[in-house]
Design a protein around this ligand. Structure first.
Ligand SMILES: [Zn+2]
Length: 374
């Protein structure tokens, strides 16, 4: 891998597996652990990139599946790549399309060669192979690309999970061979459902292929949180210590804390943005539902110490924006929630540096359990 991409482990907390690290990419440095807001179609919904930067976001995710359908990767490439196209000049990551095929598209066939599916937009038939996913992600030009993996629903029969895991391994080899861009790092994805031995085998085999980073995929698809944590306990120790670890599509603030505790460095999830659009704010006292009548005359900010733009306004004003259907309501709560996730990770980084990450978790859990004070 070129020097453009480097991971450095700065410190591990003395009392758990939580890691403080730094990721160097062609477009700048990312302090770990970190949360990546989801910019599915070339934008974090409703948030202009200048405002996104103010939230403390260091790296943003884009979705290959959506961008290949609209506007198409050639257009993005011809207009200078995804960074140039959307105006975000800091690090970006694109997923491979594997998860969206599973969750959104009408999958018509999955075979060794690749997947054939119908677009969820116009029904047209499209083939996505490991090589094509790599080529599309190279055209988009993010700093980190993901291998194309076979994601399946859980729960599922063990032999089906094993088949998908083994296919994911073969596809990872094909993706590695097809990858050419020196300024882009390609991460492998561990699959294997909730079967710990399959997860471990997948992690071991991928570790031997020496990817610059490793993701854990196919979780947070309806299983109990504890099942996911158990799965992380089984998988993370098998991944190389000197490479970044990314838990895909996860999760709640508590999921982030639990992931970091076990040695995860990177997360992404639509929860802060989607919940923000639905009038829910994350706070240190737990979730705040702004449509609730109790906020009608509440002149306090969402959260006292939050530096975000939404918190320069009152709860009553934001509630008013939602009750009248003004577009600024979803925008402001999206900004607050992304800022909340960034601050949660910033606090985690500081706590790890002081070997007090477990105390930090206890403080956060106690606050979330307390509820919003009157
Ligand atoms: Zn705020």
């Amino acid at each position: 891998m070129p020097d453009l991409f480097q991971y450095q482990l700065l410190r591990q907390d003395r009392h758990c597996q939580a890691r403080r690290g730094v990721l160097k990419t062609a477009r700048g440095v990312v302090q770990l652990p970190t949360f990546m807001p989801v910019g599915t179609r070339g934008t974090v919904k409703g948030v202009e990139v200048g405002l996104l930067e103010e939230t403390g976001a260091q790296i943003v995710l884009g979705n290959t599946y959506h961008l290949m359908l609209r506007p198409g990767e050639e257009i993005v490439r011809d207009l200078g790549g995804l960074h140039e196209f959307c105006g975000w000049n800091k690090p970006m990551l694109t997923d491979s399309g594997g998860f969206q095929l599973f969750s959104l598209a009408q999958l018509t066939k999955i075979a060794e060669e690749g997947a054939v599916f119908r677009s969820h937009i116009d029904g047209r038939k499209i083939e996505l192979t490991p090589e094509r996913s790599v080529a599309i992600q190279e055209a988009l030009g993010a700093d980190i690309a993901m291998v194309f993996d076979h994601v399946i629903a859980l729960p599922n029969a063990r032999d089906k999970i094993e088949d998908a895991m083994e296919r994911t391994l073969r596809w990872a080899v094909r993706c590695q061979k097809a990858h050419t861009r020196e300024d882009q790092a390609q991460f492998a994805i561990v699959q294997g459902g909730l079967e710990r031995d399959l997860r471990q085998r997948c992690a071991d085999e991928l570790a031997a292929l020496d990817f610059p980073g490793y993701a854990i995929g196919g979780l947070s698809v309806g299983e109990e949180p504890q099942e996911m944590y158990d799965c992380l306990d089984a998988t993370l120790p098998r991944l190389p210590v000197n490479k970044p670890r990314y838990l895909m599509g996860v999760g709640t603030p508590a999921d982030l804390l639990e992931g970091v505790k076990r040695g995860v460095d990177m997360f992404d999830c639509v929860m802060p943005t989607r919940n923000g659009r639905n009038a829910m704010a994350f706070t240190d006292s737990g979730p705040m539902r702004l449509r609730n009548a109790r906020y009608e005359r509440d002149d306090r900010p969402l959260e006292e110490n939050c530096p975000c733009r939404a918190c320069r306004r009152s709860r009553a004003y934001i509630r008013h924006l939602f009750t009248t259907g003004e577009m600024l309501g979803p925008i402001l709560l999206t900004i607050h929630n992304i800022t909340y996730y960034q601050r949660l990770m910033e606090g985690a980084r500081q706590a790890i540096e002081q070997d007090r990450y477990l105390d930090y978790c206890r403080e956060k859990y106690a606050g979330w359990a307390s509820g919003i004070p009157e």
